[in-house]
Design a protein around this ligand. Structure first.
Ligand SMILES: NC(=O)c1ccc[n+]([C@@H]2O[C@H](COP(=O)([O-])OP(=O)(O)OC[C@H]3O[C@@H](n4cnc5c(N)ncnc54)[C@H](OP(=O)(O)O)[C@@H]3O)[C@@H](O)[C@H]2O)c1
Length: 165
């Protein structure tokens, strides 16, 4: 099963200047706990946004780039969605961003784990608005938590359309 995982603002913003919009410790812990020892799939720009441009530890990292010369230490590089799907076969995997990669993989995702933050900072990259997508349904929402002045909750969306492979 493929699951997308993202932290979004009120208007589904996810990033600005190749960086995250929020830094919420409990959300980082949730991300780590959820993805640890699993496969994570990300775009080349998201890899470059990570500390020292290094892949996530203790996870199988798959990076998408159209550049056939692109290499990343500690990661596998794929050049299309289909190449990734063939590589992971039926293994569980998490799509961890960014915007281009979420858009490309959402039709293949059965669920999306969305940390919704009640704030609307300026963003230049967005997650598709699942509240406006006919086939995506909010199935679970946690209580609201607060970090500094940010209110946020953990939401699960399920894809009710036949998953595309
Ligand atoms: N809020 C969150 O949860 C979250 C999570 C992750 C990232 N982010 C944010 O998202 C932003 C980055 O997102 P982004 O949309 O700019 O970039 P991205 O999705 O991380 O990466 C885009 C790159 O992926 C490659 N790519 C995209 N589609 C492809 C395809 N179909 N086949 C092969 N390669 C493909 C291309 O690499 P090449 O140019 O090398 O060909 C493209 O330039 C940052 O601000 C980051 O902080 C937010």
């Amino acid at each position: 099963m493929i699951t997308a995982i993202a932290a979004v603002s009120e208007n589904w913003g996810i990033g600005k200047n190749n960086d995250l919009l929020f830094n919420i410790p409990e959300d980082k812990k949730f991300f780590r706990r959820t993805t640890l020892n699993h496969t994570v799939i990300m775009g080349r720009k998201t890899l470059e946004s990570l500390p020292n441009g290094k892949p996530f530890k203790d996870r199988r990292n798959i990076i998408l780039s159209r550049d056939t010369n692109f290499c990343a230490e500690g990661a596998e590089v794929c050049h299309s969605v289909n190449e990734v799907l063939n590589l992971i076969k039926n293994e569980d995997a998490f799509v961890v961003g960014g915007g281009e990669i979420y858009r490309a993989f959402l039709p293949c995702c059965a669920a999306a784990l969305i940390t919704k933050v009640c704030a609307e900072p300026t963003a230049d990259v967005f997650f598709p608005n699942l509240d406006g997508a006919a086939n995506w349904k909010l199935s679970e929402q946690s209580e609201e938590f607060v970090y500094e002045n940010l209110r946020y909750s953990f939401c699960t969306y399920e894809n009710h359309r036949d998953i595309e492979f």
